[in-house]
Design a protein around this ligand. Structure first.
Ligand code: AMP
Length: 248
């Protein structure tokens, strides 16, 4: 049986229903997920969903899915959001909050949630607090994955992408059989501009600068759980569970 939820209620909004409705859960987890690019946040999100049966709600995924809609199917808010996204800018708080507000039933869902990429600003966090308070829902924790910049550079800096099929390799952890050649299609492997050390440092600094007020905010609320993102994904996940137990 396919137990992977397609998250239709979140991705499509409106009256769309998820393919796998949540079952009965003794403990419902409601998380906000934070972490700079390259810290392994995506893998931890997968593990959290698999093991704690929570549902990954990414605002970026909603915008990406909207890209493939034809112009007539997009609301004006989504249309304007896509413009910001294309330019690499953050979408205005108002638009993001409208999108989340239209998906309140995902926050109410008794399968729990793992908010990914939202909130991104203190204004969004305050608005989320108000929404949750109105719904009488409490967050379990804000999981903040941290990794020293040198290790992020090592992880992302070793990445090689196929110019043909876009498969991703890593010189140390997932090397191709022949250096510089894609195992799958024989295409040339190259290093993406934004995987170069200097670009990674710029991205990390920008991330830290923009999220510092948010981590401070959740620290003050007593919800911030910082997890060292070093070692294997399983090890990081174990550390997450230990940190959650020690939270209260
Ligand atoms: P992500 O996949 O989370 O990196 O999001 C991709 C893009 O979607 C971002 O670069 C923004 O343009 C937009 N976006 C997603 N979530 C938000 C948010 N909470 N606030 C503002 N912009 C967002």
């Amino acid at each position: 049986m396919n137990t992977k939820n397609d998250r239709a209620s979140w991705i499509k909004g409106g009256n769309a229903n998820c393919s796998v409705p949540p079952g009965f859960l003794r403990q419902v987890y409601r998380f906000v997920l934070m972490g700079a690019p390259g810290v392994g946040k995506g893998t931890q999100a997968e593990l959290l969903c698999e093991q704690l049966h929570t549902c990954q709600l990414s605002t970026g995924d909603v915008f990406r899915a909207a890209k493939s809609l034809c112009a007539g199917e997009r609301t004006p808010a989504i249309e304007s959001a896509l413009g910001y996204m294309k330019r690499g800018d953050l979408v205005p708080d108002e638009t993001v909050l409208a999108l989340v507000g239209e998906r309140l039933r995902c926050l109410r869902c008794h399968g729990g949630f793992l908010l990914d990429g939202f909130p991104r600003t203190v204004a969004q966090a305050e608005a989320l607090d108000k929404l949750l308070e109105r719904e009488q829902i409490g967050l379990t924790a804000v999981l903040n994955y941290e990794l020293p910049i040198e290790q992020v550079v090592a992880r992302l800096g070793g990445r090689r992408t196929c110019s043909g099929c876009k498969a991703v390799f890593h010189v140390a952890t997932r090397p191709p059989r022949a250096e510089g050649v894609c195992d799958q299609c024989g295409g040339n492997l190259f290093q993406r501009e934004d995987d170069r050390a200097e670009a990674i440092r710029v991205r990390m600094e920008a991330y830290e600068e923009s999220t510092l007020p948010l981590t401070d905010y959740y620290q003050r609320n007593g919800l911030l759980v910082t997890v060292a993102a070093e070692g294997s994904p399983d090890r990081i996940f174990e550390r997450t569970l230990v940190a959650l137990k020690g939270q209260h």
